[in-house]
Design a protein around this ligand. Structure first.
Ligand code: ADP
Ligand code: AMP
Length: 214
């Protein structure tokens, strides 16, 4: 099962992708997480990506596409995977489709988690990320047991630089301009599935399981 998560930044793609990966036992591949790990490790890729991420811009396609195409060719992806945060542009989608077509495969589902812009600002302002393991929480909707401390690894939680209000507005603009056209792209391919992302997390997950099958 090869799944793509679509949706604005903060729509809940990562939250749902993690649950889907656990239920269907497929790898969860988040390009944002890959870039953040590279930044943390001080790699060349991380240094390049950071200049774009800090401004709320997309990392250029040429730095993203090969990375994902190589990742999905790995052995643990042979029974499928869930892509979270990729593709974000039409050229990225075409690059993935092209790589899959070469091996006679294609994406099975593109799930669009639909959340209006006015909810997004609140979602991202309240998001807290663990500096240790990258786990994501929300001050109101997914609080930790102890304030400011990760439940999973005990490290400190932060507001990501790119979740600050001025950058959120920029990212939303970039989303509408560059990523939203993917909704039509996958709709034309007949694999688009829409989910109301304003419901609470468990209801969103139930709706997705309804689409993918129990
Ligand atoms: P994305 O991966 O699309 O950027 P996340 O999964 O990180 O988004 O979710 C953004 C924030 O909103 C996180 O703090 C998360 O805990 C919270 N969140 C996710 N889904 C919901 C939901 N259905 N209702 C309320 N808050 C949610
Ligand atoms: P995310 O964690 O998915 O919200 O991604 C955080 C940031 O990483 C984005 O705002 C982009 O700057 C960058 N990024 C992640 N995935 C991609 C992608 N597929 N294409 C371009 N940039 C990306």
């Amino acid at each position: 099962m090869k799944i793509i998560m679509l949706g604005a930044p903060g729509a809940g793609k990562g939250t749902q992708a993690k649950k889907i990966a656990e239920k269907y036992r497929i790898p969860h591949i988040s390009t944002g997480d890959i870039f953040r790990a590279n930044i943390k490790n001080g790699t060349e890729l991380g240094k390049k990506a950071k200049t774009y991420m800090d401004q709320g811009l997309l990392v250029p396609d040429e730095l993203v596409c090969d990375l994902v195409v190589d990742r999905v060719a790995q052995d643990d992806c042979k029974d499928g995977y869930i892509l979270d945060g990729f593709p974000r542009t039409i050229p990225q989608a075409e690059s993935l489709d092209g790589a899959l077509a070469k091996i006679g495969e294609s994406v099975d589902y593109a799930i669009n988690v639909e959340v209006p812009d006015e909810n997004i600002v609140n979602r991202m302002g309240g998001r807290r990320a663990c500096v240790g393991c990258g786990a994501t929480y929300h001050l109101m909707y997914a609080p930790t047991k102890k304030e400011g401390v990760c439940d999973a690894c005990g490290a400190e939680l932060i507001l990501r630089d790119d979740d600050k209000p001025e950058t959120v507005q920029k990212r939303l603009g970039v989303y509408h301009e560059q990523t939203q056209p993917l909704i039509d792209y996958y709709s034309r391919k007949g694999i688009l599935k829409e989910v109301d992302g304003t419901m609470d997390m468990e209801d969103v997950f139930r709706a997705i399981v309804g689409i993918l099958g129990a």
